[in-house]
Design a binder for this molecule. Structure first.
Ligand SMILES: Nc1nc2c(c(=O)[nH]1)N[C@H]1C(S)=C(S)[C@@H](COP(=O)(O)OP(=O)(O)OC[C@H]3O[C@@H](n4cnc5c(=O)[nH]c(N)nc54)[C@H](O)[C@@H]3O)O[C@H]1N2
Ligand SMILES: Nc1nc2c(c(=O)[nH]1)N[C@H]1C(S)=C(S)[C@@H](COP(=O)(O)OP(=O)(O)OC[C@H]3O[C@@H](n4cnc5c(=O)[nH]c(N)nc54)[C@H](O)[C@@H]3O)O[C@H]1N2
Ligand SMILES: [Mo]
Length: 755
């Protein structure tokens, strides 16, 4: 590590987890909560009668563990259950112009919004209004649009199945398929890439598979921070002797060493457990190349007569193997090594480890999907698994780590801009109207329509749309072009402050809070990363008596917008069982929905590949070759580095809980650029220098941000900065052409030292 002392930057030498995690949990609770309720509240997370943790989508075995929370789950819960309130008085005292000066951290930290609020341009403040007045105004503006496609209906993945389904039905009856959602910025490459390869856009493993696997390959995800409960699973696997091979440009501490904070004996006696058996610091954007190298090595061994392929599986269950293998034979090792920054011998080693394993799981996250080649990255992972029949047998399969706690469920119950015709027929049967034909807008297309002035109303079911998107400048402009923005949220965020003509904030009940409707207390349901659906019931007193549930607010907006609606909104809201009956009518996979969620732990949705059923066009799994090894010459050039954007340990997407990133050794600041010692030297820089980071995409060079360059263990040629601060460097249309996912994790940039 470089000599110079940089404020807030120290090396972190301890393992991840451990006492530090317990301490941080206690601090989060003390800072945010009504302390009296906290221990009981935390114990209710992910229990049969408790609420689903809003932190991440990692499942829990049978939902019966006694102590299933983690540091970041506790932060997510306490952030929602905070004592702090954003009241009409708060809004009266702060103009929108003044609030815009505050950081994202400060905005959310003001607390829970207590009343429906509408923007008043005369005073430049938000003013309270009655719920019915809010619904009436939204209905009026929506009905006035000359074309329903001038409205965009955004969903963030914390919404329950019930809320997401009603949102889908409302907007389709209104007449549009414009469903931008957070998944478009997240696992869209999975949703597009996997159906082509294995017939379903979801993971195929269950938690039990981790008890039987012999090898885990973890690519492009940071579970110590983003899926901390997965660390318990990885930790058990490591102690069982399972080989864990990591591909990540950054050395992430939790993937190196971890002490389970739920296991005090280990913390005292052993200290910690080594997680990764080998750690490959692949270049940013180099994963498909690395996978190609591993598979080339496997084919070479098969060609030499070694029994490394599952030939029976390939013959019975797959298509396209010969052409795929031939493409690998023709690919030159030098091209692979250049593209991924790893050596042939390292990849040979991985191939041998893979060949020895009888049951392999590949897990992956945003490091794989948020690239111009995201869909192809995902398909190369599927192909690697197909070579040895690693689908539909215990201990094997593909494990995309979904983001938001119910993002997968949102998709299952209809949040998609590309609805399938079977669903249309079922909606018609269940509700008596037929949704509009054709495809609507995804997240990027929605913002493009807003920027072009073609979309005039944006209704957001959660999230922070404009800050999550790339190209912050353009997103701001898109927001300011709106006639009306409607935000169903728990907390104040920047999207509320980017106002065109009108803006209305509708404060919602959080997942931790009691939801009482005409027939009594209600549960909602969610689907985790492993297709398990279960109930979630809030227990806390709502943050304000004026809050309404997401389903109730959607129904209110729907009734005000569509007076002749075919849907019995009032009846559905009175009893969420009736919403679930309708979900089952439209999506038959939810057979006996209400009965099955009453079993502790819920139920699993059907997953073809887990039974070797392939719902592809050919009826078989497909080997899809990767053709894009060579870099686009327009995006390379002298001194161009690849910037990836990361979450810190103290944030939930655009929600910044605090300014520390403990495991990466950054404290009290977020304005840093992670860069290798090698690149510091090559760029004539010193640890601690302030640099201008400029987009190197032709036509986008004017995008600049300033950061402090700090030496970090990261692959040469690759650099890292925090999301959302670096989003302005990513052009809106710089995306994976197949899935539309923004390429947030491979931005070509140049650095210049600020004098
Ligand atoms: N506490 C907390 N939990 C969360 C979230 C949160 O913000 N905070 N967000 C939720 C959401 S919506 C999501 S989608 C998930 C995100 O969970 P992750 O997928 O873990 O998200 P990222 O922080 O974006 O980190 C991606 C990891 O990929 C690595 N990486 C970057 N570029 C590349 C690359 O080109 N190749 C490879 N192999 N690796 C690369 C980074 O070094 C980093 O370790 O977490 C969910 N859970
Ligand atoms: N550069 C870069 N950009 C990225 C990413 C990246 O890795 N790099 N990741 C992308 C990914 S993976 C994602 S998923 C998106 C995230 O995009 P979003 O899902 O839109 O953003 P969040 O930050 O999760 O949303 C935060 C807001 O949600 C609201 N909220 C919290 N809980 C609830 C609730 O229970 N109900 C309702 N209605 N509202 C609630 C709060 O008001 C809070 O302000 O960002 C994407 N953007
Ligand atoms: Mo995500």
């Amino acid at each position: 590590m470089a000599e110079r002392d940089v404020p807030g930057v120290h090396r972190y030498n301890a393992p991840a987890g451990g006492w530090g995690a317990l301490w941080a949990t206690a601090r989060a609770v003390a800072e945010q909560m009504r302390v009296a309720e906290s221990p009981e509240l935390l114990l209710r997370i992910n229990k049969p009668d408790g609420f689903d943790c809003p932190g991440c989508a990692w499942p829990d075995k049978e939902h019966t563990s006694t102590f299933q929370f983690c540091e970041n789950g506790a932060k997510a819960v306490t952030w929602e259950a905070t004592k702090k309130r954003v009241t009409p008085e708060f809004f009266a005292a702060h103009t929108v112009t003044a609030l815009l000066q505050q950081s994202d951290y400060e905005l959310e930290d003001h607390g829970r919004i207590t009343h429906p609020m509408a923007y008043d341009p005369a005073s430049d403040t938000y003013k309270p209004l009655e719920w019915d007045a809010a619904f009436a105004r939204i209905g009026e503006v929506l009905r006035r649009l000359s074309d329903p496609d001038m409205a965009e209906f955004y969903t963030s993945g914390r919404a329950s199945n019930e809320a997401a389904f009603l949102f889908n039905i409302f907007a389709r009856e209104f007449g549009t398929n414009n469903f931008p959602d957070c998944s478009n910025m997240c696992h869209e490459a999975t949703s597009v890439g996997l159906p082509q390869a294995i017939g379903i856009g979801k993971g195929t493993v269950s938690l039990e598979d981790f008890d039987h696997c012999e090898l885990i390959i973890a690519m492009g995800h940071n579970p110590g921070t983003n899926h901390p409960r997965m660390m318990g699973t990885l930790h058990q696997c490591a102690r069982r002797g399972v080989l864990i091979i990591v591909f990540n440009p950054l050395k992430e501490r939790a993937l190196e060493r971890f002490a389970d904070p739920q296991n005090p004996i280990e913390m005292v006696t052993l200290g910690s457990t080594r997680i990764a058996s080998t750690y490959h610091q692949v270049k940013v954007g180099g994963d498909a190349a690395a996978l190609k190298g591993i598979m080339k090595a496997i084919i070479a061994r098969a060609d030499a007569g070694q029994a490394v392929l599952d030939r029976d599986f390939i013959a019975a269950h797959t298509n396209g193997f010969e052409a795929f293998a031939e493409d690998l034979r023709q690919t030159r090792w030098e091209a692979i090594e250049t593209a991924c920054g790893l050596t042939r011998s390292a990849l040979d080693w991985v191939a041998d480890a893979y060949n020895r394993s009888n049951a392999t799981i590949v897990s992956y996250g945003m490091g794989i999907t948020q690239h111009a080649k995201g869909t192809q990255n995902v398909q190369q992972i599927a192909a690697l698994l197909l070579l040895r029949g690693n689908f539909g047998k215990p201990g094997a399969g593909i494990c995309p780590l979904r983001g938001h706690s119910n993002v997968q469920g949102n998709r299952t119950v209809g949040i998609t801009e590309k609805p399938n015709p079977v669903m249309f027929a079922n909606v018609e049967k269940a509700f008596g109207f037929r949704p509009p034909a054709g495809h609507g807008h995804d997240a990027v297309k929605a913002m493009q329509a807003m920027v072009a002035g073609k979309a005039k109303v944006l209704v957001c079911l959660g999230g922070n749309f404009s800050i999550a998107l790339p190209d912050t400048d353009l997103s701001y402009q898109g927001m300011r072009n709106l006639e009306l923005g409607v935000h169903l949220n728990t907390k104040l965020n920047r999207s509320h402050l980017l106002i065109g003509k009108e803006s209305i904030i509708l404060p919602v009940l959080g997942r931790t809070e009691r939801d009482v409707q005409a027939t009594g207390a209600q549960s909602v349901t969610v689907e985790d990363s492993m297709s398990m659906v279960h109930a979630s019931r809030g227990k806390l007193e709502p943050a304000s008596e004026y809050l309404r549930s997401e389903p109730a607010i959607i129904a209110g907006v729907a009734m005000a917008t569509l007076p002749a609606s075919k849907v019995d909104w009032r009846g559905l809201i009175a009893d969420y069982d009736l919403i679930r009956d309708k979900i089952e009518a439209v999506y038959p996979d939810f057979k006996d929905y209400n009965a099955r969620i009453r079993h502790p732990g819920g139920f699993r949705l059907p997953l073809g590949p887990a039974e070797r059923i392939w719902l592809t066009k050919s009826g078989k799994a497909e080997f899809i070759p990767f053709a894009g090894l060579a870099e686009d010459p327009a995006l390379t050039g002298p001194e161009v580095l690849k910037l990836t954007t990361l979450r810190s340990h103290d944030q939930y997407n655009t929600t910044v809980y605090g300014l520390d990133d403990r495991y990466r050794g950054v404290f009290g600041r977020r304005d840093v650029l992670f860069i290798s010692e090698l690149d510091l030297a090559a760029q004539n820089l010193t640890h601690g220098d302030v640099v201008e980071v400029t987009s190197a995409i032709p036509g986008q060079e004017h995008k600049v941000i300033q950061l402090t360059a700090i030496a970090h263990d990261i692959a040469p040629g690759s650099i890292g900065a925090y999301y959302p601060e670096a989003n302005n460097l990513c052009p809106l249309n710089y995306q994976d052409p197949e899935s539309g996912t923004p390429s947030y994790k491979s931005l070509p940039v140049r650095l210049r030292k600020v004098a």
